[in-house]
Each structure stands twice: as C-alpha cells, then as structure tokens.
Design a binder for this molecule. Structure first.
Ligand SMILES: [Zn+2]
Length: 409
C-alpha cells in the first residue's frame, strides 16, 4: 500500500520545530544595509511568518550565547534552571555515561600560530574544517600519549571531541575558541597556577607537532590540528523528560552532537540521517524526509540545520545566503508540502540565535521566530521572515522557553 492512499486519521496534532542555526544577522553594508535573511529567497519561511512572526530571547541575560542555551529554550526548558554546560549534552549524544562527579569538556582540535612566546594566535577553531577521519587519528594518538590522571578522551566528529575529567576543575576558566578567532592567546595559554587547562593545552603541542596528519596537511598548505582546546565544561544535566512536560512523543534530527545530546537528555528519539554533515553540503532533503517519516508515529519533531551558523563563523555572506535558501527550499518547503497529509499540525521555524557575519560568533540578541497552524497556512499570503519584520510585529517572548508551551497551547 503506497503512502498516498493510506487513510490517515490522525486527530492528534503534529508539531514540527525547524531550526536554521544562527540564521539571524545584522544589516550588512555589502548587502546594501539588508541582512542575509532579507536577501535570501525564503518563500516558505515568509509564508509561515505571514501567520505569526516575532522575536524571542532564547539566551537569558548573562548566559553564554550558544546553541546549547538557545535550543534548551526552544525546547521549552529554562536554561537558567537546566543548563549545566555544553559538553555534558554532547556526551549524552555520544552515548558516554557520566558519573555525578565527572566533568565533561568539549575538546576542539584547533590551529594556533606561535609567532613568539608572547604571540600565539587562534587561527582556526576547527583546524580548517579537518575531516572526521583525520580528527580521529589525532585523537587516537592523544588517548595514547596525553596521560593525565582522571582524564579520558573520546573521539567525536571533525574537530569536535570530548574529554571527561573525574572530579575535574569545573570552575576552570575556559574560552570558546570561535570567540577568539585571530586573537593573541599567549596570556591565557602561558599561565600556570590554579587553572590546569592551559598546562593541558601546552602538553598537547609536542604530541601533535609532527603528527602524520599535520605533516600531510602542512604539505597541502592546510591548517594543522596542532593544539587541543577544552571548553564548555559541566556536570551531567538532569532534564525532566519532554513527554512528562508536554505529553508528546518526540524526536530530534541534527548533525551536531549538542542538539542530539539535548534531545536524548530530554528523552527524545535521536534519528540518524546519512549524509548529515553540519556543513553547507549536508543532506537537507534526507533530513526533511526522515522527519516526516518519524512523524508517522511521533507527535513532535525538532529538525536542526547547522550550516548557516558555520557560514556565520566563517564570515561568508555568500555561504550564509546559500545555506538559508537551501534550508528554506529543501527543508521548510518540503516539510510544509508533505505535512498536508496530516489532519492537524503546527509548524514553527526559528533561528536559535544570531551568528552575525561581522562578529563571526553568537550573540544574545533576540532572534526571529515564526509559526503557523495548518488552517492558517491554507489561506496565508505574503509575509516576510526577517529580523526587521519580526521586530515590527511587536511580538516578543522575553523568556524564550515560554515559546514552545505557547505553540503547543
Ligand atoms: Zn546555534
């Protein structure tokens, strides 16, 4: 029996949350004072926005702007109450069990340029988008050679890996590497004393300097993974199950461990999609189809696409517009089209936070969101999904974690 003629009699409402990571931005001179969202062709997000559009503060005052805090908010969890750090969420995604005194650290492989003892520049937070294969070869060597009591190292994807330190330094000062691109980190990495992280970073230099992966990247003129960079640490999170909170069986689709980890920690089903890379070349269609497939028996789906954020970190206006247009067409458009087979549904599209091109990192500015129900979309016209239109609507969610309960209401 093919999909088309299946008598679907769902009376439950299907809820879909579509997140284009870091889509929000500032007006750019090179775009004539418009933003990438304003310039990008986004007929599908515009259609949703014609029903309801507004701004949400997904990063509470004083909290570190990032996808962990922002997506906890979008999933209806108050980050002030439930956020314990980025790395424990990623550990959940990697299936790494954390004990109550285990401190998990995100461990990036980065490129540092040591011009002198006092001039050590953060060249790349991703070792020039190193591949997973190369990254894992480096991690295997670190597991073998970086022997420090209580520390375990776990391989992840590309430049994103994990370090677990039992009874580790939870309060140690660490720095998100994408926040200091191009900056001199000598003062931080040269320090010794009660912060053990800089010393750990320095320990990795001799191990990595002539690693075969780096020798071959050096020959090809690519950035080398010549240093580890631990950050985003925390103890294991304890989120009340999503089903208990909202009475909905849910799933999550994302290429990045952080989002999968948030989903798994909230009791959502994490659905694997072949070819989901977290970059511009990700499998947009595959993600949309997998989400629709899963909605056959789930009530709620969070579908997250990382590509616009990576373009923001890279400072590429062109790639950001490309990523936004692909998200709108291949994900939002496809989902809107196929959702029609369900009797009742509500869809929300969101930029979890801004990753402005001029800043090349996340900010805590209120971010654009829009939503609509099936019956509203059937008569929808015009509309615009952009920062300016969201602002002009006057709709503002001071507490981003109240947005989803509002949609589910
Ligand atoms: Zn994000």
């Amino acid at each position: 029996m093919s999909r088309g003629d299946r008598a679907i009699t769902y009376n439950a409402v299907k809820y879909v949350l579509l997140v284009g990571d870091g889509m929000g931005d500032y007006p750019l001179k090179e775009l004539g004072g418009r933003t990438p969202l304003e310039v990008a062709k986004t007929p599908n997000m515009d259609k949703i926005a014609s029903c309801h559009v507004g701004l949400a503060k997904t990063i509470p005052e004083g909290m570190e702007p990032g996808s962990d805090v922002a997506n906890l908010s979008l999933l209806g969890y108050d980050p002030r109450q439930y956020h314990t750090g980025r790395a424990p969420l990623e550990a959940a995604s990697m299936g790494i069990e954390l004990g109550s005194t285990d401190v998990a650290f995100r461990m990036n492989l980065v490129t540092l340029e040591q011009r002198s003892k006092d001039e050590i520049i953060m060249i790349s937070h991703s070792s020039g988008d190193i591949s997973t294969e190369e990254g894992r070869a480096i991690i295997a060597t670190l597991q073998d050679k970086l022997q420090v009591n209580g520390i375990r190292i776990f391989p992840g994807v590309a430049y994103r890996h994990l370090m677990v330190w039992s009874n580790g330094p939870l309060a140690a000062r660490t720095i998100p590497p994408h926040d200091v691109l191009g900056q001199n980190m000598a003062a931080y990495v040269n320090q010794s004393g009660n912060n053990p992280i800089p010393e750990l970073i320095r320990l990795s230099w001799n191990i990595l300097r002539d690693h075969p992966v780096n020798i071959s990247r050096r020959k090809s003129g690519l950035n080398e993974a010549n240093s580890i960079w631990p950050w985003g640490q925390g103890l294991p999170p304890s989120l009340p199950p999503f089903f208990e909170k909202f009475g909905l069986k849910g799933g999550v689709i994302s290429a990045v461990d952080l989002l999968k980890g948030i989903g798994i920690s909230a009791g959502l089903r994490s659905i694997y999609v072949e070819g989901a890379t977290g970059y511009l070349d990700t499998n947009y269609r595959g993600k949309a189809d997998a989400a629709l497939e899963a909605l056959e028996d789930l009530d709620f789906m969070l579908l997250h696409v990382e590509a616009p954020d990576e373009a923001g970190h890279a400072g590429s206006v062109e790639e950001k517009i490309q990523a936004i247009e692909a998200f709108d067409q291949e994900v939002v458009g496809r989902v809107l089209n196929e959702l029609k087979r369900f009797e009742r549904y509500k869809v929300m599209v969101a930029s979890d936070h801004l990753t402005p091109i001029p800043k090349r990192t996340h900010t805590d500015d209120p971010t654009p969101i829009a939503w609509a129900a099936k019956e509203e979309l059937e008569r929808a016209q015009g509309g615009e999904f952009s920062e300016r239109a969201a602002q002009a609507s006057g709709l503002f969610f001071e507490n981003g974690h109240e947005l989803l309960p509002n949609l589910l209401k």
